[in-house]
Write a protein that binds this ligand. Structure first.
Ligand code: CA
Length: 236
């Protein structure tokens, strides 16, 4: 796996590069945003791990320029803990996932691999423990098929095929209700039911106010705490 590591904290770069190399990844690191953009356009990487605060060109602008030039290399952004605005801005700019600093090395490795794997899988859509077959639309949680009501299935498909990217509310509404005339609160009801049903699937459906929703792979700890309140079987 080829990784472009864009980070200007050189001590952090050393630590990360060492762990990634030990985990079998081939790493090129770069501390300047403008140089990183040039590198990302010149070479093919499986994933870019991107710090947002960078000299030369900040990470968010780098990401926007990549995406507007149709470069869809998976990107995992590193953000300051608690900076919700940064995380939302990053996802809107086309990041596939984010990790707040300070982070655990094992989690960084796992998320880097997950982001690359999700994009590389040629067949089915995947997120967390979910897999959705492109052909039949059947949804699996690990090796178990999920029997979802049609509206929840339609919503899940609309979200998982763009996992890591914001899907506009209008598009979700069309996917679920086609041209039925129902109010916009009907979508919230289906969203609520789907969230409960996916409590153990290690995914998180985040609402971006005024934009839409995004499906993310949830950290195992978050998934475990969600599972305390609901189970996959509930609500059937
Ligand atoms: Ca920085």
């Amino acid at each position: 796996m080829h990784v472009l590591l864009v980070e200007d904290d050189l001590a952090l770069v050393q630590t990360l590069a060492r762990s990634m190399a030990a985990g079998g990844m081939s790493v090129i690191s770069c501390s300047d945003g403008a140089e990183a953009l040039t590198l990302a356009r010149k070479r093919l990487f499986d994933v870019i791990v991107l710090d947002l605060g960078l000299p030369g060109l900040d990470g968010l602008e780098l990401l926007r320029r990549l995406r507007t030039s149709d470069n869809f290399t998976p990107v995992l952004i590193l953000t300051a803990r608690g900076a919700v605005g940064e995380r939302v801005a990053g996802l809107q700019a086309g990041a596939d996932d984010y990790l707040p600093k300070p982070f655990d090395l094992d989690e960084l490795m796992a998320r880097t691999q997950a982001v690359a794997r999700r994009r590389n899988a040629s067949g089915d859509w995947r997120c967390g423990r979910l897999r959705c077959e492109r052909t039949q639309g059947t949804v699996w949680c690990d090796e178990r098929p999920l029997d979802l009501p049609p509206r929840e299935a339609a919503l899940l498909q609309a979200l998982i095929q763009r996992a890591g990217h914001a899907v506009p509310r209008q598009r979700l509404h069309e996917a679920v209700f086609a041209d039925e005339s129902v109010g916009s609160e009907a979508l919230d009801v289906v969203l609520h039911r789907l969230r409960r049903r996916l409590a153990q699937a290690q995914v998180e459906i985040v609402t971006l106010r005024g934009v839409g929703c995004v499906m993310l792979e949830a950290a195992p700890a978050i998934a475990a705490s969600l599972a305390d309140g609901a189970s996959l079987a509930e609500g059937r």
